[in-house]
Every structure is written in C-alpha cells, then in structure tokens.
Ligand binder design. Sequence first.
Ligand code: BG6
Length: 481
Amino acid sequence: MVSRVIPVDPFDLVIFGGTGDLARRKILPALYRRFRDGQMPDEARIIGAARADLDAGGYRTEIRAAFDEFLHEDERDDRMEAFLERLDYLPIDAMGDGGWPDLKEKMRDGAIQAFYFSVGPSLFGALAERLHSHGIARDDARIVVEKPFGRDLASAKELNATLAEHFDETQIYRIDHYLGKETVQNLMAVRFGNVLFEPLWNAQYVDHVQITVAEEVSVEGRGAYYDKSGAMRDMVQNHLMQLLCLTAMEPPSKFDPDAVRDEKLKVIRALDPVDPGDIVRGQYDGALGASYLDHAEDPASRTESYIAMKLHISNWRWKGTPFYLRTGKRLKARKSEIVVTFKETPHSIFDADAGSRANVLSIRLQPDEGMDLRVTIKEPGPGGMRLVDVPLDMTFAEALGPDAAHVPDAYERLIMDVIRGNQTLFMRGDEVEAAWAWTDPIIDGWQSRGDRPVTYDAGSSGPEEALMLLHRDGRRWRELS
Ligand code: BG6
C-alpha cells in the first residue's frame, strides 16, 4: 500500500550553507528522493548558496560526491544526474553584499520562494536582512531554520525578534526533525483517529509514560559543539519535549498548524518545575579510552551525554501520572520509543496465581517503526485459567506491505511541507520559548550547585542512578535491546 504522490507546485529553494554538512547529508538527499518519487515538478529549482567560489558545475560535482557517500547504492540510478542538473549555485557573502544582486536575478516570479538557513544562528539576522534590503524575498516567501534555536530563553527570544523584523510568523519554519518522523505523526493518527485510546488516555487509566531516545553513537567528531550543549539542550529541550507534547496534548479541534501548536504549548506551560532529585545526568566512560572526556573539547567537562528525568504535568488529564524521559549517547542500542503503561484492572476475577498484567502500548520510532499493544489472554491449553501477555503487533513494514518498508526520512516530509506551506510539523516561536523557559532553571541549578554528571559505562543501558529513579517508584525502564 503506497500513498499517492502529489507533485508540489514549482518552487525556487535557496539553501544558504549549501555546501555544508546538513545540506550534503540530509537536505539534498531528501530532495533527491522526492524528485525520484515524482513529487518535484519539472520547474522546481534548487540553488545552493555559500562562501565557496564555485559555479553550478563545481557544485554539482560536490553534491555528486556527497550522494556517493550518503545515498544507498540502489538510489544512485540514472535519475541522479537528472536531479543534479537542477542544481544551481551562487557564491554569496552573508555578511556583505557580494552575490545578492545575482540571487535576485535568479528568482522567478511565479515560483514559490523558500530560503533554507542551513547556517549557524549568528547568520540568521544578516541573511534575513539582506533578503529584504536586496528586494529578494516576497511577502509570501518562506524561511526554514534549524536547531539549535537559541541556547536559553534570552537567546531564543533574541532570534525570534531578529527574524520577526523581516518575516511574519506564518513565513518561519523552525525545524525539529523529530516531528517529521513517520511514527511521530502516527502517534497523532493513533490517538485521534481511533475511538479506542482517547477515553483511556489520562491519569485515571495510565500508570506512567516512558519516552526514550537512546543512541549508540558517541559525540566523537562533534565534541566542540556538543560540549557546549549537552543532552539537555541538544535533545531534551527540543526532540523529547516535542514527543512529550504530542503524547500528552489535548485533541486539537482540527489538524491545522495553530490548533496543534496551541495544544502543544499548553502542555509545556503545564509542566511542573523538576525536582533536582528527579533528574540523573550522566557522562559515558569507557575502559578502553572511548570516554566522553576523550571526545569533549574540555577534558574536565561537566557536560552531560545522558539525561533521565521524571516529569509531572499539572492539568486535569495528567495530574498524578509521571512521565519518565531518558536520552543518551553511547548506549547499548539505538532505540527510540514512547511507551504508555496502563493501570491494572481495578479488580481481578482470576486466582491470584493466574497473574495479572497491565496493558502496554509501545510506539517505536526507530528502528523497526511500528506499534504494539500488549494484551492479556488465557494461556492456551487445558491447564486451568492462566493468563499470559501477548503483543498485538503492528510493524508498519509488515502491516502495510513492502513499500512501507521504505520509511521516508524526516527531511523529505518536512521540506515538502515547507513548499506546500503547511506549518503543522514546525515549531512556533512561543513554543520554543516556553520550552527554554522550562529548561533554563534546570540548567541554571546544575551550574549554581556545581553539579557533576555521574558516569556510565559506554555501551551500557545508562547510569545505575537512572535505574533507581524508576525503582524507587516501583517501576522499571524498558530494556534497551
Ligand atoms: C540531532 C542531535 O538533533 O538529533 C544529535 O543534534 C542526535 O545529537 C540526532 O544524534 C538524533 O537524530 P536521529 O534522527 O538520528 O534520532
């Protein structure tokens, strides 16, 4: 079962930072896949813009090399050259005036205009300003910005204010690529497209929720960035917060950008401040030298590569149900999932030794996208009434046929949404600010107390202290492998 591919309208997409890592690794491969699927009309054009003094031919050569590295072999077919032919390039000086008049020349009147700021946030202001002072951006132009969107509330406010000088909020697409993940969107489909879950989706029936984003990779090679960020800024403030919002929000009145984002914002605003005793910060340590401190910029760094925390949402729906979040690098396995554990039945009619278990709904983001719901049934056989848990498994690749085995990369979906002008899966300015307003006191607390992260073994499930966070509540984390 494959969904229909509806081509988008003709567009001019300018990628500032067009020679950078994100463009080579994610943006251009995503665009190529949409081209290959027939979603990009013949009139679509992609213009790389960066400092490097290249012409279109030189840029194509660079991107061809990137595709050799980042695309699967079977994707690199004859359509690749046809796609590369669509790429254009302009050397641009973000802080000066070089290249801007040429860019103006290249923009076409009838095409949708999108400008992807695939550059550090320090350049956002300069780019936004020049797009206007050179008369390039129209009133319906879209700009796309990446995380990190600030490093605290003050800097996020400043960035929002800078962009707002030149662009309306309806033109700004702040990417959190977790929102583009197929299963994350499925979470909304499951919650709001079925009658089954929503009546039970509250503190009366849900015992607790676990949200895990575990990675096997270390921070090697990105130590300079990561060390200034840590898991809190790099993962929790954005990706985990978005997963939490989609899990906990009220049903929006319709699936439209502001209706959805209003509900997410209410969740962030209803979060209780976190008790320092409910957070575990960890740093990986490896007997064989693969420790965080070897990869970090500062050999005495106190930056965390792991976080586990218990959160409470103070509203009618969730009062009393804890949400446990954890994320970390260099763990035992790459596994991201949202797990909703329901309460046990109020009374068991079966013998105590029949066993009684709670229903558990797991939503697997990666790998092996899908969901399963554990239900209790009778163990088959004549041996009396013994109960057993079985999963009702819905692995998407199996349930929806082999074509669903190709799960589109988040960027494919998100970039096409920019062209379609749909902001539902992008963060609004007030949402980002609210997330920082909740994060800031936690980080400030660590700094003022001089807290040090605890260590955990590289390749493990995380620090002992994180296991204890749940044990003391009579619960346990789901296995990572
Ligand atoms: C990025 C973080 O936003 O997300 C990285 O900066 C992290 O540190 C990555 O590794 C995880 O994304 P994914 O899609 O691989 O889960």
